[in-house]
Design a protein around this ligand. Structure first.
Ligand SMILES: *[C@@H]1O[C@H](CO)[C@@H](O)[C@H](O)[C@H]1NC(C)=O
Ligand SMILES: *[C@@H]1O[C@H](CO)[C@@H](O)[C@H](O)[C@H]1NC(C)=O
Length: 313
């Protein structure tokens, strides 16, 4: 049986690659230093002409197989208006390192080096879930390079109590059972928490049948570099070690986007985060979506983000 499940995922992979390619992006590997190689989808350097003065947009994914799975609809939508960069974070997809560091600050520094290597001087950054933590740190580290910041479905302000509540909702003991599913049941729990009921109820080929069929391959995708990803998760959980959240505000214009039904990071965290990130923060809530509004209602998501990035502050 296994081969047909595998071939579905491979076919979906081919489809995703084609979507990125037809958006004018190519798959590239960049050595950012002696230890670390980043894989990303980026505008083809040979096709760029100087008069193409488009702003740059960096998209940072969350826990999950690879960047492509999470940002397809954004790569397609934003590419005509922006130079879009879609990297795999370190330990995800095809990005690798020999470094011993395991934190979202390390991810942020790696992404900063990547943009330097690509000679992109200024850029907007958008991160979802784990990628939102990385986006926050990039914005804090380089206020002169990072222009506008979009934080989507990302509990950067997570405290210990939030972590405990998440475990209760999921009915599991450790956060890795949710974020790094090893069994089909765990994968379904993640799906239940991350995707709104309305969306999964759609008698859609992909969600109804295939998610079950491919779960073995999905688990494999999730479990690549499992130990390293576990350490990344522990890094965040350490941050959430006490109950006071001291998150310095950002200097940039910030957009927070959230699904009202998010079961991973519930909506109340979005309101708290808005207070913490500073006066230049806007919050947009997308009704009837959960943890991946960029997939669940991509039209609404993309329009909100485009208005924010293209509008004057
Ligand atoms: C949200 O879902 C409810 C119930 O299915 C529906 O009545 C409502 O119109 C939806 N709202 C939006 C903005 O899609
Ligand atoms: C997306 O959101 C808009 C506005 O909230 C709503 O009208 C529309 O029905 C939603 N689309 C989907 C596919 O849920």
């Amino acid at each position: 049986m296994a081969p047909s499940f595998l071939s579905f995922v491979s076919l979906y992979g081919i489809y995703l690659r084609r979507c990125f390619a037809t958006s004018g992006l190519t798959s590239q590997f960049i050595d950012i230093d002696d230890h670390t190689t980043i894989h990303l989808w980026a505008p083809n350097p040979d096709h760029q002409t100087p008069q193409q003065q488009k702003p740059s947009l960096l998209l940072l994914h969350g826990f999950g197989p690879s960047a492509m799975w999470q940002w397809r609809r954004q790569a397609q939508f934003f590419s005509p208006h922006f130079h879009v960069y879609v990297p795999d974070l370190v330990f995800f997809g095809d990005s690798t390192t020999k470094s011993k560091e395991r934190s979202e600050v390390f991810q942020a520094v790696s992404m900063g080096k990547l943009m330097e290597k690509l000679q992109v001087k200024k850029y907007h950054v958008m991160g979802t879930s784990y990628g939102g933590f990385v986006a926050y740190h990039m914005a804090k580290l380089w206020p002169e390079k990072v222009e506008k910041v979009v934080i989507a479905s990302s509990g950067v302000n997570m405290r210990k109590a939030d972590n405990m509540e998440l475990l209760q909702r999921a009915n599991v003991e450790n956060v890795e059972e949710i974020m790094l599913p090893e069994t089909a049941t765990q994968l379904r729990t993640l799906t239940r928490l991350a995707i709104s009921r309305r969306f999964t109820m759609v008698p859609d080929f992909f969600w109804k049948d295939v998610i079950n069929l491919i779960s073995c391959k999905m688990q494999q995708l999730y479990s690549e570099n499992r130990n390293e990803k576990l350490q990344l998760l522990k890094g965040i959980t350490l941050l959430a070690g006490d109950d006071s959240c001291k998150l310095p505000p950002l200097q940039q214009d910030v957009l927070i986007v959230w699904g009202d039904k998010d079961q991973i990071f519930p909506l109340k965290m979005a309101y708290e985060l808005k207070e913490l990130t500073g006066k230049k923060t806007r919050l947009e809530i997308i009704q009837n979506t959960s943890h991946v509004p960029q997939i669940e209602n991509s039209t609404r998501f993309n329009n909100i983000v485009k208005n924010f990035l293209c509008g004057s502050s």
